[in-house]
Every structure is written in structure tokens, then in C-alpha cells.
Design a protein around this ligand. Sequence first.
Ligand code: SF4
Ligand SMILES: [Zn+2]
Length: 145
Amino acid sequence: METDREWELKALCRTHDPETWFSRRTCAEAKRLCKEECPVLEECLEAILAREALTPDTMRSGIVAGLTGAQRAKLASAQRAEPKTAKPTKKAPGPGRPIAPCGTRSAYQRHLRNREPVDEKCREANAVSAVAYRATGSSQVAAAR
Ligand code: SF4
Ligand SMILES: [Zn+2]
């Protein structure tokens, strides 16, 4: 059972006007705060995806972990699709499937899955992929639908 909520105490949004994360007008600022200033972005992302697991896509509101509801819905959908191509496993990967090196989005996601600390290289790779995704509306994330 997940009881470790200590990260929430470090959430940047606790010390700001919550409206910032829910108003369209301030959506860009909310994303920036999440991605550039919040020390618990990874924990937040993992938690919101879990919390919204049963939430209909259109009901995901506000900016959370730097993502809009629609972006979280796509990410969740991509994560659900992932087991088809690569079985997520807690065990070490078999010899046939090399583990993704740090500095890739796969490695970033592996850190989240395994509840490992996320290093700077992986954090960056994920941010880059998120930016690419926002710009094109179709990256690997969307392709996995
Ligand atoms: S990443 Fe999550 S915890 Fe941090 S400011 Fe954004 S919404 Fe709040
Ligand atoms: Zn890494």
C-alpha cells in the first residue's frame, strides 16, 4: 500500500494560488512552474496517473505535473499500450532485451515504474520528448494509442 505522501509537502503548488493550475489563462505558467521549479515533478506525475486511472479522459482537469488533462490521458493510454510490445518487469531484463540507457525516455519511465530516483539525464530526455510531443501532437506517445 502506498502511504508515503511526504513528497506532497514539497509540492510547489501548495505554496501558490491553486487557481494558477486550473485557469486557462495561467496554464502556461503552471506548466513552467511544474517543469522548472517543482522538486517533486516525478512523484507528482506517477501519483496523478495512478489517481486518474479510472477517470474518464475528458474529466482530467487542470495542469498536473506540467501536463494538461488531455496530455495525461494520452500518456496513460500509451502506458497501458506498452505491455503489448514490452512486458514491464520488476526483474532484470532478459538477455534479449537490453535495458534502456539513462538519458532516454524509456529509462525515465523505467525509473518511475521502479520508483527509482530520476537522474538529470533522464529528466531531460523526458522533458525533450514532452516538448516534441506538444509541438507535433504525435510522437511515440501518440503512436502507442
Ligand atoms: S509538478 Fe505536481 S506537485 Fe509540482 S507544482 Fe506541478 S502539480 Fe504541483
Ligand atoms: Zn536514468
